[in-house]
Design a protein around this ligand. Structure first.
Ligand code: S3P
Length: 168
C-alpha cells in the first residue's frame, strides 16, 4: 500500500483536481479538507469566514489535521492557507508525503479570478492581496517533501512527476 499523499499549494494550484485524479488512478480514498470543514460546520467557506471569522476557520483546519492522523490509503487536498501556521506542516507530514503544487502567481490568479468562493479575495484589489498573501506563505509551502511545478503541464504529466518523485 502507498503512503498517504497530502497536497498543498496556493489558491488555484489544482490541489482538488489533482487529488481526485490521483485517488482514482491509484485506488486510494480522497478527502478535501475544505469540504470536510464545510460538512462539519454545515455552511460554506464564505459563510464560515463571515459568521465566525478566519481564526475559527484556521482552528477547524487544525482539528481536521488531527482527525486524519493515522488514516490509511488517502489522498488529501488541503486549503491554500493551511501552511500559514508552520506547525500545521509538521502535522501534515505525520499524515503522509506532503507535495507542494507550484505555479506562477499570474497563472494561479487567472485560474481563480472569476470565482466567488474565496473570502480572502473579496477586496478592492484582489491581485495585490493575492500577491501579498502568497509572499507571506511562500517559504512555508517550500517546506513540503516534494515540489512539483505544474506550469503548462496536463494532469497526466503532473501525476507522472508525482509518481517519479515519490519513488526516487
Ligand atoms: C484559503 C484557500 C481556500 C480556502 C479558504 C482559504 C487560503 O482553499 O481554504 O478560502 O487562505 O488560501 P483553496 O486553496 O482550495 O482555494
Amino acid at each position: 500500500m502507498k503512503d498517504n499523499i497530502v497536497l498543498i499549494g496556493f489558491m488555484g494550484a489544482g490541489k482538488t483536481t489533482v487529488g481526485r485524479y490521483l485517488s482514482n488512478l491509484w485506488a486510494m480514498n480522497f478527502a478535501d479538507f475544505d469540504e470536510e470543514i464545510v460538512k462539519q460546520e454545515k455552511m460554506s467557506i464564505n459563510e464560515i469566514f463571515k459568521h465566525y471569522g478566519e481564526k475559527h476557520f484556521r482552528n477547524m483546519e487544525k482539528i481536521t489535521i488531527q482527525r486524519f492522523q493515522g488514516c490509511e490509503n488517502f489522498v488529501i487536498s488541503t486549503g491554500g492557507g493551511i501552511v500559514k501556521d508552520k506547525e500545521n506542516i509538521e502535522g501534515l507530514k505525520k499524515i503522509g508525503k506532503v507535495i507542494y503544487l507550484y505555479a506562477p502567481l499570474k497563472t494561479l490568479f487567472d485560474r481563480i479570478k472569476n470565482g466567488n468562493e474565496r473570502p480572502l479575495l473579496k477586496c478592492e484589489n484582489p491581485f495585490k492581496e493575492f500577491e501579498k498573501i502568497f509572499d507571506a506563505r511562500k517559504e512555508n509551502y517550500e517546506l513540503a517533501d516534494i515540489i512539483i511545478n505544474t506550469e503548462n503541464k496536463d494532469l497526466e504529466k503532473i501525476v507522472r512527476e508525482i509518481d517519479e518523485k515519490i519513488n526516487s
